[in-house]
Design a protein around this ligand. Structure first.
Ligand code: ADP
Ligand code: MG
Length: 335
């Protein structure tokens, strides 16, 4: 069964238990009433990482796994325009684990928690047969008047992303290629792609900044690649999109990676996952103002990659004015 069909089944089965004023399954976080102030809302998000699916013990540093496990959850808080409040950590660790693994894992996790001011307040620990499983749950808060949902996109909106696409997939490509890459790509390019893969930065400042602008209509984070993630906004907002592939932000490092490995940067940018930048739609009459202010504030552009259209569920790609079909397959963890 497809992952999203399974989740839809769960959502249907449990929907009658969800009280009014609470947003459950379907966005980057659940949104519940807050504890203080009328407009405060509680955000909740959780992610599960399994050895052999999300990471390989032999190919990743435990510090990186620790850092990323929290960073990807914080990215979901950023996607709602919220701030993190606390997190909970549950671990299943095998008996044969290398003695240093847990210490280094906690070191990376602590670095991310410190950088983004998020206290660890609890969790659960258990043994396992052979593999590591990591679950993190983050609580956050946001102002109800500013929360950005996937369902907010309007026809005519400009579709934007906050950072380069495909770098993390490039980094994963380097890990898979192993020693054979050394001569093909400069050390600097390798470092930059590997960093994007192993140390994604949750875009919390960008998220709260975008959330303050009423011209920003819908927002989510890019965890599975634009080709997989944009349809979630289109479905929730009942509209379609045109994406102009010439406008996809592709880093110099990824362009050189694709040349060296003879792959298409557009394909990697659309299908590669784990970029953890933010994807948003902005009212077209405000796009120049919002992107100009974004550039002033962050020193980087808010990249404009497409338009929201009136065709529900239809995602079309254009290259130099011509309609094109994307090649390749998105990465799937499930099924
Ligand atoms: P993200 O990539 O933002 O973490 P997912 O694709 O993992 O989002 O999940 C999509 C939505 O489905 C989220 O609202 C999430 O809470 C919900 N979801 C995923 N798996 C389950 C599950 N097993 N039970 C209930 N809800 C789930
Ligand atoms: Mg998300």
């Amino acid at each position: 069964m497809e992952e999203f069909e399974f989740i839809a089944q769960i959502a249907r089965k449990f929907s009658t238990l969800v009280p009014p004023g609470t947003l459950g399954i379907g966005d980057d976080c659940a949104v519940l009433p807050g504890f203080t102030g009328e407009n405060e809302r509680l955000l909740v998000t959780t992610d599960l990482l399994t050895e052999g699916v999300h990471f390989f013990r032999a190919k990743s540093q435990p510090q990186d796994i620790g850092y990323k496990a929290l960073a990807v959850n914080l990215s979901d808080i950023a996607a709602m325009g919220g701030r993190p409040t606390a997190f909970f950590l549950s671990l299943a660790l095998p008996k044969n684990l290398e003695p240093n693994w847990a210490r280094l894992f906690l070191k990376g996790l602590h670095k991310c928690a410190t950088e983004f001011h998020t206290p660890l307040l609890g969790g659960d620990t258990t043994g396992s047969e052979t593999s590591i499983t990591i679950n993190i749950c983050v609580l956050g808060r946001a102002n109800s008047t500013r929360i950005k949902l996937r369902s907010g996109a309007c026809v005519g909106d400009v579709i934007c992303v906050t950072g380069f696409l495909g770098d993390s997939a490039g980094g994963l490509g380097l890990v898979k290629a192993g020693a054979s890459v050394v001569s093909r790509l400069s050390a600097r390019d390798q470092k930059s792609l590997l960093r994007a893969h192993f140390r994604p930065r949750p875009r919390l400042d960008e998220g709260t900044w975008l959330a303050c602008h009423s011209a920003v209509h819908a927002m989510m984070d890019v965890s599975d690649g634009i080709h997989s993630d944009l349809p979630h906004i289109l479905e929730a907002s009942q509209c379609g999109a045109m994406v102009f592939v010439d406008d996809l932000p592709i880093s110099g490092a990824l362009a050189r990676f694709c040349k060296a490995f003879r792959t298409s940067p557009v394909q990697v940018a659309l299908m590669g996952g784990e970029d953890y930048c933010l994807l948003c739609t902005v009212n077209e009459s405000a796009i120049n103002r919002v992107s100009g202010e974004f550039k002033n504030r962050f020193g980087r552009p808010l990249f404009q990659i497409g338009r929201v259209t009136a065709n529900p569920g239809r995602l079309e790609y254009f290259e130099q004015g011509r309609r094109v079909k994307p090649k390749g397959h998105p990465f799937r963890h499930f099924g």
